[in-house]
Design a protein around this ligand. Sequence first.
Ligand SMILES: Cc1cc2nc3c(=O)[nH]c(=O)nc-3n(C[C@H](O)[C@H](O)[C@H](O)COP(=O)(O)OP(=O)(O)OC[C@H]3O[C@@H](n4cnc5c(N)ncnc54)[C@H](O)[C@@H]3O)c2cc1C
Ligand SMILES: NC(=O)c1ccc[n+]([C@@H]2O[C@H](COP(=O)([O-])OP(=O)(O)OC[C@H]3O[C@@H](n4cnc5c(N)ncnc54)[C@H](O)[C@@H]3O)[C@@H](O)[C@H]2O)c1
Length: 454
Amino acid sequence: MAKTIEPHYDNLIIGFGKGGKTLAAWLAKKGEQVSLVEKSDKMYGGACINVACIPTKALIKKAEEKMPYQKAYGLKNELTSFLRELNYDNVEKLPAATVITGEASFVTANEVLVKIIGKDKGEKRITANRIFINTGSQPFVPPIPGIDTAKNVYTSISLLEQSTLPEKLVIIGGGFIGLEFADMYAKFGAEVTVLDSADEFLPQEDEDVADEVYKVLTSRKINIVTAATVQKVENTEGDKVKVEYKDKTGETVSLQASALLIATGRKPMTEGLNLEAAGIRTDKKGYIEVDESLKTNVHNIWALGDINGGPQFTYISLDDFRIVRDQLSDADYTTVEQRKQVASSVFITPPLAHIGLREREAVEKGYEIKVAKLPATSVVRARIDCNTSGLLKTVVDKKTNKILGCILFCTGANEMINTIQVAINCGLDYQEVRDTIYTHPSMTEAFNDLYAQI
Ligand SMILES: Cc1cc2nc3c(=O)[nH]c(=O)nc-3n(C[C@H](O)[C@H](O)[C@H](O)COP(=O)(O)OP(=O)(O)OC[C@H]3O[C@@H](n4cnc5c(N)ncnc54)[C@H](O)[C@@H]3O)c2cc1C
Ligand SMILES: NC(=O)c1ccc[n+]([C@@H]2O[C@H](COP(=O)([O-])OP(=O)(O)OC[C@H]3O[C@@H](n4cnc5c(N)ncnc54)[C@H](O)[C@@H]3O)[C@@H](O)[C@H]2O)c1
């Protein structure tokens, strides 16, 4: 049974994201009174558990196993329901913590009004000594004529709620979400086209890497169009979606699809928060401004996770928690400046994982570099795993022998990149990674051969 809501807490956390829920549990275990306000009973545990990392990766895994979409959809929902309940209990079961389900908006810098949902429906005013905002982000939908009114137009959230597989899917945006969804839906059997406004495919990557990813995705019959300017979205017969775009030659092209996914970035979730009432400043894009210790311009209010405009990953929200935790416990890790290199991974098949500088970026920064590359075909584990697509690439500083960056496009890349992250962050020379004895047969042992080329 939910606890009684008190008028005052030591700590109030708005949003059940990774940083917020971890902070709530940590504070409560220390014996501080904490309330965690979450506006939706479908979002305990935050976006990651319910509508982002976990459901997408669960579906990707099932698509790789060639499971029919509907069955995979059901299993995905079972997993998210299980995790949602577990996340709720992990906080609510702590005697000093109270989960409140309702939308929070500021009244003053110390007071919040919560519109409670569910059986205790009503409004509660809660004051707190410290307030932590962890409200995340939401899909950004570009102002394309027809996009708001046409049927069968989805964001990542609403597409994940569809129990049937779209036969033909057009995706606007070829970034993290666009590529993960494109690859996953193609593997489930949909016909997929990705339209991106950038002139090049994966413009941030070195050309050899981008070419390799392009080759793999297009071999799965994913149609990738760059330099596409989407001009209009409308419905045709049978509620099909017609997407009209100008291609790089300026010619107008139109596509028909059963579904259109908008994957063109995210925007801050500040709606309803009434930040002005607390005097909290936001930046030009609407994200909450924070200093290096994640404090807003108001002395008792912090912002963690996507909402503070930092990199949008669950593990960054978790690291934001560490920064706040150490401030509250007089420990050492108290600023974003102390954060070391962070890796990322796009979960296509095989995954594309990255840390540090690419070859082009290292050259632009004036480093003298050595570069090594290895095709995934030369790694025996990749053959065992029946996935020999891709390549491994690394950039090393010629003067210091330190690893400047690494990009792995191969099976297991999302795990392997963490080894390189540790090596970089511990300041290891590349020879340490080259000469480490790895388990066999593993993908990680490819580092013996990759770094032997330097
Ligand atoms: C499709 C997709 C896939 C992704 N995959 C990955 C991945 O594989 N790995 C990875 O690291 N990152 C991934 N991300 C990014 C990751 O999901 C986010 O960076 C992360 O969830 C942000 O967490 P957060 O702590 O900022 O808050 P969130 O998890 O966004 O939680 C914010 C919570 O606040 C609640 N809330 C908002 N406003 C209010 C209010 N006024 N009152 C009360 N509650 C409120 C919301 O309902 C929500 O539950 C993915 C994102 C998407 C969209
Ligand atoms: N595996 C992961 O860790 C993971 C997975 C999904 C999302 N995320 C996080 O969520 C964030 C949001 O993902 P995303 O894919 O929405 O954003 P993104 O920034 O990764 O990609 C957006 C893409 O949309 C394109 N675009 C923008 N406007 C366009 C337009 N009008 N027409 C055509 N193309 C357009 C951009 O060129 C870009 O390629 C990511 O940056 C990442 O931080 C992480």
